[in-house]
Design a protein around this ligand. Structure first.
Ligand code: NAD
Length: 377
């Protein structure tokens, strides 16, 4: 594509440095974003937002109305990570509703983020980090797990009581067809940008909510004839993820199944510092953040891996701004830099070149300039 043919955009991006390694990894993600913006002629207008422990320190609460307002007026929000060491940080002396994590749950709720996307990608260059045998991983895998985030068991009515002297607890799992349809539509749209296959995961042999899930997914599937749709029981899916992960493209599932399966899939890749995530609502807005936490054990040491955050920024360009080429440029740069042998400490192996967090960001930004030049010539 010729450089002059690219439509120039102004991107209103809120960013949350957060706690622990958050400020370090966000700085590198912005460095990489700026390189992409420059190469493709877009302009990013950033607004810093405060959340989590940083917000407790500044305002006494983990989430302020100001942060919610600023997030809502942004096109998308990119976040580092929030939270501290629960055994040493004073934040954890506070009641649960005032701790850093309450800020994260609060902002997800305020922004109505119902679709959680967690890619689990095994890079050829990091295959040795994968705990599975080579004959199972073959050419690697690239899975997108789509988890429903605001319904199901975690949000249903619950109670604990004593009945006839016996302690009894009840949780309820409720979904209505609208909640299922909106995330199914998102999953089929996203599969259309990938390998055009959706595996919907449920427990339809037992649960009514799963039987409704399956029938609504079938209705949506009928409107996407170009996308292959299959159904899989959740117990089988848990097995298939370690038996043949290459068979999956998009996995669509409800809240609790997605919670468990997305952690299983990410562990199969073996590299926590490489895993991005996104949470979307029914507009183009999304909150993008690495899957890992704030890693207080390595905060301030310039050794964290910024790639999960940088890949989250690529997801932001793709899903909130429809800038697929720009997103692909970041993803290609990550592959090129891994291929060239650069590694942060967490993914270091013999014979490779150890780099710091900030060096990794700089190398990626420089690589983007080269890659982008190749596609614009
Ligand atoms: P963690 O993911 O922060 O760290 C687990 C281990 O992985 C640590 O040894 C850490 O050093 C390492 N690690 C994580 N990210 C890394 C990176 N980018 N580069 C190199 N190494 C990395 O999990 P934890 O220690 O259980 O949690 C720490 C804090 O993070 C807690 O307060 C927790 O509540 C919070 N947390 C926040 C989020 C979020 O912001 N969405 C998610 C999970 C945990």
């Amino acid at each position: 594509m010729k450089k002059g043919m690219v439509i120039k955009m102004e991107l209103k991006i809120g960013y949350i440095p957060g706690d622990g390694i958050g400020p370090e990894i966000i700085k590198e993600a912005k460095k990489v974003l700026d390189a992409v913006m420059k190469q493709y002629g877009h302009v990013a207008v950033y607004k810093e937002l405060v959340l989590g422990g940083a917000s407790i320190d500044a305002f006494g609460i983990p989430l302020t109305e100001e942060t919610i307002r600023e997030a809502k007026s942004s096109d998308a929000v990119l976040m580092g990570s929030i939270g501290g060491d629960a055994s040493t940080s004073p934040w954890y002396q506070l009641p649960p509703s005032l701790r850093p994590e309450a800020g994260l749950l609060g902002i997800r709720k305020a922004l109505n983020l119902f679709a959680n996307l967690r890619p689990a990608v095994l890079y050829e260059e990091l295959a040795e980090s994968c705990p599975l045998k080579q004959e199972i991983i073959q050419d690697g895998f690239d899975i997108m797990i789509m988890r429903e985030l605001t319904g199901g068991l975690y949000f249903g009515e619950r109670k604990t009581s004593v009945e006839n002297g016996i302690r009894t607890a009840v949780d309820t799992l409720t979904y209505n067809e609208e909640e299922i349809r909106r995330i199914a539509i998102r999953a089929f749209d996203i599969a259309g940008k990938r390998n055009k296959k959706v595996t919907s995961v449920d427990k339809a042999n037992v649960l009514d909510s799963s039987r409704l899930w399956r029938s609504v997914v079938d209705e949506v599937a009928a409107t996407y004839p170009e996308i292959r749709c299959e159904h899989m029981l959740v117990d089988n899916c848990a097995m298939q993820l370690v038996r043949n992960p290459g068979q999956f493209d998009v996995i669509l599932t409800e809240n609790m199944f997605g919670d468990i399966l997305s952690d299983e899939a990410s562990m199969v890749t073996g590299s926590i510092g490489m895993l991005a995530s996104a949470s979307l609502n029914d507009s183009k807005f999304g909150l993008y953040e690495p899957s890992h936490g704030s890693a207080p054990d390595i905060a301030g040491m310039d050794i964290a891996n910024p790639i999960a955050t940088i890949l989250s920024a690529a997801m932001m360009l793709r899903f909130s701004f429809d800038l697929d080429l720009e997103a692909q440029t970041i993803e290609n740069a990550v592959k090129a830099v891994l291929k060239a042998g650069f590694r942060t400490k967490d993914i270091m192996s013999e014979g490779k070149t150890l780099v710091s967090c900030s060096e990794m960001g700089t190398i990626l930004a420089q690589t983007i300039e080269t890659i982008a030049m190749e596609v614009t010539i």
